[in-house]
Design a protein around this ligand. Structure first.
Ligand code: ATP
Length: 499
């Protein structure tokens, strides 16, 4: 509504109210009528969500509305997911052939997996691959306070996708709904909020109507990190016909993602992407992109025109542990942190030579110092020995503090938590002296077993660190001087002193 009309309306309304008051007229019914008129005007002017048009993110595969052109080649790793997804898209690419073979068009594909693994990229690439217009929405955009609004928005979304396809002269449209669990959670779970159920019912209805009466083929691509929350009606054939897992990338996948995001970023020839892929176990595609970006920022800050290994190291640590903090502990505290971290590093190197990737006493996030270990290979199963070794590394910090400074500190809280989790894992995997036990094992017995496992490993570590006390002191001295060391530096100091 134009501003001047609004101003005249508000001014006249106020004048009528004042006049009525002056004349002693009861204005209750007048105020009621005026409120109704105001509400109507607000709806018309789209101040409430009833009339607001759905946000269309892009159309016609061109860079409209900020959406870049993405192809399946821009997605690193995820080979199985890409293959399954492309297979599901065949009917959109070879429409006539699919009809000849009597293939029922797939109505929906659900991409399920952890955050930042490339689900949105996949949906965009699918639009590119099939020459479809692309309309994106997020589950939270359908959740409204007003009954019926969510359902209306679902209808609007489908209508808009078809209209866009028609305008662009395309025969297909992809509707991407991110966070579909917000909109598609199991019905009846949201007590007292029937609006959720109405919205989901509308989505199911739209699914059923997809492709039946329109010449524009619509494919719904949903993305979620929690497919377990979805209403079973969404997952039955004829709705999300395919569920494609988009998992965290393995080492090969990480290497490919790093290559993709290295394009346009000048990397020094000393950077070994294989090594970086190895060190970044557990990172998603989004983490890896962030590592390269942070490395470039670090290089810029250091006034370098090429990204060097030191920039990559800083970037990995920043993405893993957060920004460096200005917090500067007292010298005695710093010394304690250094002994603690060198303790961890020495035991890590003993149980798995070559495992220390870096060691530092610079504060980041909640940590005053830390060591970063190099996973040798992506690992999904652990043996008893590996769990015992991991417990030894956890307790080594506190044991080192006690050995040199006579007392432990609160700096080991996180390590103890981790050691306890590992010991519990041993118990429930049947790897403790108790043998195979059920989940209902008495708490006291569990506590006793876990404590014994950890104590035993503390004794092993105490003995080892006492044997290499001189190395421990020498490395600590060096760490206090330099604040951080990478793995190869640590190993060379270690052998230099031994020889
Ligand atoms: P969320 O579940 O949080 O919505 P998502 O799985 O949809 O995340 P995307 O939005 O597709 O993740 O990815 C975010 C960014 O991470 C991308 O823009 C891209 O830079 C990078 N990325 C993620 N996965 C990959 C991949 N497999 N290959 C290349 N880049 C990737």
């Amino acid at each position: 509504m134009k501003k001047w009309i609004r101003e005249i309306a508000v001014g006249s309304g106020a004048a009528v109210v004042v006049l009525c008051l002056l004349m002693g007229v009861d204005i209750t019914s007048l105020v009621f009528i005026m409120s109704l008129i105001g509400l109507g005007l607000m709806i018309l002017s789209r101040r409430l969500p009833f009339g607001r048009s759905f946000e269309v993110v892009g159309a016609n595969n061109v860079d409209s509305g900020g959406i870049p052109l993405v192809t399946f080649d821009d997605i690193g790793g995820q080979d199985i997911a890409k293959r399954e997804f492309q297979e599901a898209l065949t009917f959109l690419r070879a429409d006539e052939k699919a009809k000849m073979l009597g293939i029922r068009p797939i109505k929906g594909v659900l991409l399920s997996g952890p955050p930042g693994t490339g689900k949105t990229l996949m949906a965009k690439a699918a639009a590119n691959y099939t020459g479809s217009v692309f309309v994106a929405a997020s589950g939270s955009q359908f959740v409204q306070m007003y009954a019926g609004v969510g359902a209306q928005r679902v209808r609007q979304l489908f209508k808009q996708a078809r209209n866009l396809a028609e305008q662009a002269g395309k025969r297909s449209a992809i509707i991407f709904i991110d966070e579909i669990d917000v909109l598609g959670a199991k019905r009846g779970k949201n007590h007292g909020h029937m609006e959720y159920d109405q919205t989901l019912n509308e989505l199911l209805t739209q699914f059923d109507g997809v492709n039946s009466e329109h010449h524009v083929q619509v494919l719904v691509v949903g993305a979620t990190n929690r497919s377990d929350l979805l209403d079973p009606a969404l997952l039955r054939p004829g709705r999300f016909d395919r569920v494609v897992r988009v998992d965290l990338p393995d080492k090969e996948g990480r290497r490919k993602i790093l290559e993709i995001h290295s394009k346009g970023r000048p990397l020094s020839s000393n950077i070994d992407l294989d090594m970086i892929a190895q060190e970044t176990y557990g990172f998603s595609g989004a983490h890896l992109e962030s590592v390269l970006n942070e490395a470039a920022i670090h290089a810029l800050r250091a006034d370098r025109s090429v990204i060097e290994p030191v920039d990559m190291r800083e970037a990995i640590e920043k993405v893993m542990l957060g920004e460096k903090l200005d917090r500067s502990p007292q010298p005695e505290e710093k010394e304690r942190v250094a002994f603690h971290e060198v303790g961890h590093a020495l035991v890590s190197e003993k149980v798995r030579p070559g495992s220390v990737a870096s060691i530092t006493i610079t504060s980041r996030s909640n940590a005053l110092g830390y060591i970063r270990q190099n996973p040798l290979n992506d690992q999904y199963l652990y043996t008893k020995d590996q769990l015992v070794h991991a417990i030894q590394v956890c307790v080594a910090g506190a044991v080192s503090e006690e050995l040199i400074l006579g007392q432990r500190s609160t700096g080991a809280v996180g390590d103890i938590e981790q050691a306890t989790d590992l010991a519990k894992k041993m118990v429930f995997a049947g790897l403790s002296p108790l043998g195979i036990v059920g989940k209902d094992i008495p708490q006291e017995l569990l506590h006793e077993t876990v404590t014994t496992i950890i104590r035993e490993q503390e004794d092993v570590v105490k003995e080892y660190l006492a044997q290499c006390k001189t190395k421990l002191e020498h490395l600590t001295e060096r760490l206090l001087r330099n604040e951080s060391m990478d793995g190869s530096e640590f190993r060379s100091v270690l052998t230099e002193k031994a020889s």
